[in-house]
Design a protein. Structure first.
Length: 209
């Protein structure tokens, strides 16, 4: 409550290099939300965050008296509070399918990214790097059917996926320019050229590519 009184607008405490923070920044940019974004060094979490977030983690979203500290919860909250443009389908079945895709990205790909970043030169990182590369190549053909991830419209699923793809070079992953992978390259170009994606990038992230 003490911290909330210091902020007159929504405040997003962000790690400038973290893909979990990036996904929320992308939603904020897509929605054109008025927000104070504070880039925080994850190795020097300020007392202000420790007061409101029991885990002392990034990202943290503060909206008046509401504090959120899980990125997918933040994304869905922002989509509901700022409904235009919608980033989840209207119908319950298709919304559930989108949430399932987000869950799989988190379980299948984000874990590999985190493993690589935790120790990029280790054996575990090399195994994760190969697994992630193989999985991305395997799903690449689906992007020939729709412009975005299993959807005609840009969605929260893309907000989860795009920050990972932006970091492939940093992760030491090079996707071949084969016919099979070409639709994924096209998807990456479409997403990376979106004004909201460009706006979401920090200086640290611009240096990744």
């Amino acid at each position: 409550m003490v911290v909330a009184a210091r902020h007159s607008t929504m405040t997003f405490f962000s790690d400038p290099a973290c893909h979990y923070s990036h996904r929320v920044r992308l939603v904020l940019a897509e929605k054109d939300v008025t927000v104070d974004i504070e880039q925080i060094d994850p190795l020097a979490i300020p007392a202000e965050i420790l007061e409101i977030n029991p885990y002392g983690t990034l990202p943290t979203l503060l909206d008046r008296e509401l504090v959120l500290f899980e990125s997918k919860v933040m994304m869905e909250y922002l989509d509901e509070r700022f409904p235009h443009p919608p980033l989840l389908p209207v119908y319950p079945v298709t919304r559930a399918v989108s949430r399932q895709f987000m869950y799989r990205i988190e379980r299948d790909w984000c874990v590999d990214v985190d493993t690589i970043l935790a120790g990029p030169g280790g054996q575990a990182a090399e195994q994760a790097r190969k697994k992630l590369r193989d999985n991305l190549m395997a799903v690449a053909p689906i992007f020939a059917d729709t412009p975005y991830f299993m959807n005609e419209e840009f969605s929260l699923v893309d907000c989860c996926l795009a920050p990972l793809l932006w970091r492939l070079e940093q992760l030491g992953i090079a996707l071949p320019a084969t016919r099979q992978v070409k639709p994924l390259h096209g998807y990456m170009q479409r997403v990376f050229e979106r004004p909201s994606f460009v706006q979401s990038l920090t200086d640290r992230e611009r240096e990744m590519r």
